[in-house]
Design a protein around this ligand. Structure first.
Ligand SMILES: Nc1ncnc2c1ncn2[C@@H]1O[C@H](COP(=O)(O)OP(=O)(O)OP(=O)(O)O)[C@@H](O)[C@H]1O
Length: 235
């Protein structure tokens, strides 16, 4: 069974008296373990698509099936639970809590999931921080970390609860090209090691080399669906 299916998904925003059709009928199937990028011009609907898939907003019409559950049939509370346990988010602006250390930012995300013992929780946080290359930086606050390090914390935070899916909205937009590469390498490594499915949006052509699959979004529709240069984890 596919992890994610979108069937004729449409989203219309109301901007005052004007209706904006941001998604005009998206059909998409994503299998477990895929590393997929969405690219396309500004305003083409990439963020809207991620928000629909991530249960942050509801589609106007169409069907989104995530891990066997139809999102439109779930209540707000059920959507929040599905999101909390199954989906990790990475944003271009990191969205870390400034008063918490790297360790605490990651721990905070896993506490909400509430399925680990105290020891397990500590072990998991330390392991994931080491996995993303932050060994020794656990006690730094976000303002004591570089952009790339902050994004690594955000990736660790997204992954620590072992979600089925990580959604990343332009995760390298604020990083220089070398740091972007390093952050992408971390995501590729986690995709390979944990089998986590990634979907991320980008404007950066360099990012596309890392993907299994590239979806070109134009004007609210999938214009092209291409297989990328990287081997699938299941190969
Ligand atoms: N909350 C909203 N209210 C009204 N219109 C919106 C809202 N969010 C997005 N839109 C509109 O929907 C369309 C798609 O926007 P979206 O942010 O999904 O594009 P994008 O491809 O992610 O763009 P970018 O690459 O600039 O981030 C745009 O026309 C945008 O103005």
């Amino acid at each position: 069974m596919a992890l994610l299916e979108l069937r004729n998904v449409k989203k219309v925003y109301q901007q005052g008296k004007i209706e904006v059709a941001a998604l005009k009928g998206i059909d998409l199937t994503v299998e477990k373990g895929e590393f997929t990028t969405l690219f396309g011009p500004s305003g083409s609907g990439k963020t809207t698509m991620l928000n629909m898939i991530g249960c942050l907003d509801k589609a106007t019409s169409g069907i989104i099936n995530f891990n066997g559950q139809k999102l439109e049939e779930l209540s707000k509370k059920e959507l929040a639970i599905l999101r909390r346990y199954n989906i990790g988010f990475v944003f271009q602006s990191y969205n870390l809590i400034p008063v918490l250390t790297a360790y605490e930012n990651v721990e905070f995300a896993i506490r909400l999931v509430n399925k680990y013992s105290k020891k397990e929780l500590k072990d998991r946080v330390m392991r994931i921080l080491a996995d993303v290359g932050l060994d020794g930086l656990e006690n730094r606050r976000p303002n004591e970390l570089s952009g790339g390090q902050k994004q690594r914390v955000a990736i660790a935070r997204a992954l620590v609860k072992e979600p089925k899916l990580v959604l990343a909205d332009e995760p390298t937009a604020n990083l220089d090209s070398k740091t972007s590469e390093e952050v992408l390498e971390v995501m590729v490594k986690m995709n390979k090691e944990l089998g986590t499915t990634f979907i991320f949006s980008t404007h950066d052509p360099q990012v596309m080399d890392y993907a299994h699959r590239m979806l070109e979004i134009r004007d609210g529709l999938i214009f092209e669906d291409k297989r990328g240069g990287r081997d699938s984890v299941s190969d």
